[in-house]
Write a protein that binds this ligand. Structure first.
Ligand code: M6R
Length: 608
């Protein structure tokens, strides 16, 4: 999505803004822009379509960029209103070119606001952000703070907005509703960012704004207001290390993140599971077990949704708790029937996904128990949830979620085991699973060293423009997540179906040009899925099997196979997903896609 970065201080803001945008770029990369203001009001204003590097080239080519612009605001755009072009790129300006605005979010009533403003002003862009700039000019009386306070009553939607005023050149005002805004304190000045990661290299401490709060930065100092009153807030020490490092021997950062999975799983389990006595010793999970939970509702989007679906099988099968999993944007559209015996689990890597965040607010407003499984420490969803566990997947920078999905799935397995033990004392069965979890890292290594075979198979499948990705029971959402990763990275059209549903319609589409990828490792439904594969093979169509090494049909049933290490059914979603991620990655690489920044996407979806 769009992200903002701003600075006021001793240094020239221009190179700092460019560096800050580089750190935020993975969150939106349609276009980028910045404005710096000198203390006499003179501005340095640049925009560029495409990556931040295009903006950096333009900035470097203009020697004026070396002057001392002590204040500046900057933006990377993921287009919501209006095509990708320079006119629609932020910062946007008022008609008198006094106020400049960057914005992350959506102003839902921008059409009505624009209709009124059009009587007085000519608009140059199609964006809702230009409406904010014109509205500031139109409603400005004596200062920016009171103007924005009034505007917060008029604007409907979600936003974090930073504004500069050429007539008060050492000032930045920021407001927030929904979308994140963090203020960073540094020895040289004050920074504002949508993302704490981008502040970690420059600030020693930071403050997170809550909804309807406002920050006024002036002469290297800042004050925070709520409902017109100045407030004091907790300042956190910057203890976040944000460094994506270099790619090393990997062909993309996404590949590097996939190869971090064994260590990430170590982060997830170590300190929470005692592999010696095969018990789960985690305070949050013990506290959770004190609640009388009769039902679980999981709410998430994208890959986190598929992770939730995978986890739901364990909550039912192991802990015996009924579970429902809902896509967060659908949850928002549905009638919410609060249940005080339900646990509402929100899964989100970023902790900022707008649909998940808004769903959580609805549930909290009815005093129901909420639990977050979030990766980004201190993010909105992590702060709002009553309880939660961090997924500890380290910073996941690149657009495709991989290592975090595995971490989420690991956490839900651990939660299910803990709830199961608290309810049913099935010690020996639970211990067998915990014991196997202790070996999971080794099994994953087995997948990671078989990449050359997966690569060869992927090469072959680049010839297809469509593919079905199928599985049964827990391997149905496992296939769903693999399908999402294939389409997201390779742009091949994939469809996910339950293996049993194939003959209820989709089979009509299959022909030699449409291969079926079946995820069918050993498990209780293996034989039934084999029957579905037979139905496809009876017509001599192409089947790629993600199967166990053990599979007795591996030599006669499939067109191609990717063999997974032999494990119990409980461990197989982990190994299948990782093999699926590698397959998707190589499909994309062979098709020459930008694996780290797939087209049209952004890492953090902060608009509904
Ligand atoms: O940050 P979140 O986990 O809430 O993000 C949810 C989805 O936007 C995300 O998983 C998306 O589907 C990924 N690009 C998938 O790889």
């Amino acid at each position: 999505m769009c992200w903002i970065f701003a600075y006021n201080g001793d240094k020239n803001s221009i190179p700092l803004l460019v560096d800050g945008l580089k750190d935020l770029e993975y969150r939106g990369y349609d276009s980028a822009g910045l404005i710096g203001i000198k203390s006499d009001g003179e501005v340095f204003f640049k925009k560029a379509v495409g990556r931040v590097s295009s903006l950096a080239t333009k900035v470097d080519a203009d020697t004026n960029s070396k002057w001392d612009y002590s204040t500046g605001i900057a933006h990377t755009r993921w287009a919501t209103h209006g095509i990708v072009n320079e006119e629609n790129t932020h910062p946007h300006t008022s008609a008198n070119e006094r106020f400049y605005v960057v914005h992350n979010g959506i102003i839902e009533n921008f059409k009505e606001l624009k209709a009124k403003l059009e009587e007085k002003y000519t608009f140059y862009s199609q964006t809702d952000t230009e409406v904010i700039a014109k509205l500031i000019e139109d409603s400005f009386e004596w200062d920016l703070r009171s103007t924005l306070e009034e505007m917060m009553k008029t604007m409907v939607g979600a936003y974090s907005i930073a504004v500069v005023d050429r007539e008060n050149p050492d000032t930045i005002v920021g407001i927030k509703l929904g979308s994140p805004m963090i203020v960073g304190e540094a020895d040289d000045g004050v920074y504002i960012s949508s993302d704490v990661n981008a502040l970690s290299k420059v600030a020693h401490s930071y403050v997170t704004l809550e909804d309807y709060e406002m920050v006024v930065v002036k002469d290297k100092q800042y004050k925070i207001y709520s409902a017109g009153e100045m407030i004091s807030k907790n300042v956190s020490e910057m203890d976040i290390e944000y460094d994506t490092g270099d790619m090393g021997n990997f062909s993309s950062f996404t590949e590097k993140e996939i190869f971090e999975i064994p260590e990430v799983l170590g982060n997830v389990f170590n300190g929470r599971i005692n592999f010696e006595d095969k018990s789960i010793g985690n305070e949050t999970l013990s506290e959770l077990n004190e609640h009388d939970i009769q039902r679980i509702e999981i709410i998430a989007s994208g890959s986190s949704y598929y992770a939730g679906l995978i986890g739901s099988y364990w909550f039912r099968d192991l802990a015996g708790i009924p579970v429902n999993v809902t896509i967060s944007s659908e949850f928002l559209c549905d009638t919410f029937l609060p249940d005080d015996k339900a646990l509402y689990v929100f899964l989100s890597q970023s902790g900022e996904t707008a649909d998940v965040r808004e769903s959580l607010k609805i549930v909290k407003a009815k005093w129901c128990l909420t639990f977050g499984i979030v990766n980004v420490v201190g993010s909105t969803i992590a702060r709002l949830a009553d309880m939660g566990l961090y997924s500890h997947a380290w910073v996941e920078v690149w657009v495709a979620s991989t290592k975090n999905v595995i971490a989420q799935v690991g956490i839900m397995l651990m939660m299910s085991l803990s709830m199961w033990l608290a309810r049913d004392l099935q010690y020996s069965k639970a211990r067998a699973i915990i014991e196997e979890l202790g070996w999971l890292g080794d099994k994953i290594h087995e997948v990671l060293i078989s990449t050359s075979h997966i690569h060869e198979v992927a090469k072959k499948y680049t010839q297809y423009s469509d593919m079905f990705v199928l599985g049964r029971n827990i391997f149905y959402p496992t296939a769903g997540e693999i399908s999402l990763k294939c389409k997201e990275l390779s742009y091949i059209h994939t469809e996910n179906y339950s293996a049993g549903e194939l003959k209820h319609g989709p089979l009509a589409l299959i022909d030699p040009e449409l291969p079926c990828l079946f995820v069918n490792p050993a498990g209780k439904h293996y034989v039934k899925t084999v029957s579905n594969i037979e139905e496809v093979r009876a017509r001599s169509w192409v089947v790629l099997g993600f199967i166990s090494k053990w599979d007795p049909r591996k030599d006669d049933l499939y067109t191609d196979t990717i063999e997974l290490p032999d494990t119990s059914e409980t461990m197989a979603p982990f190994t299948s997903l990782i093999a699926g991620y590698i397959f998707a990655l190589y499909l994309a690489q062979e098709l020459d896609r930008d694996v780290d920044k797939p087209k049209n996407l952004a890492k953090s979806v902060t608009v509904e």
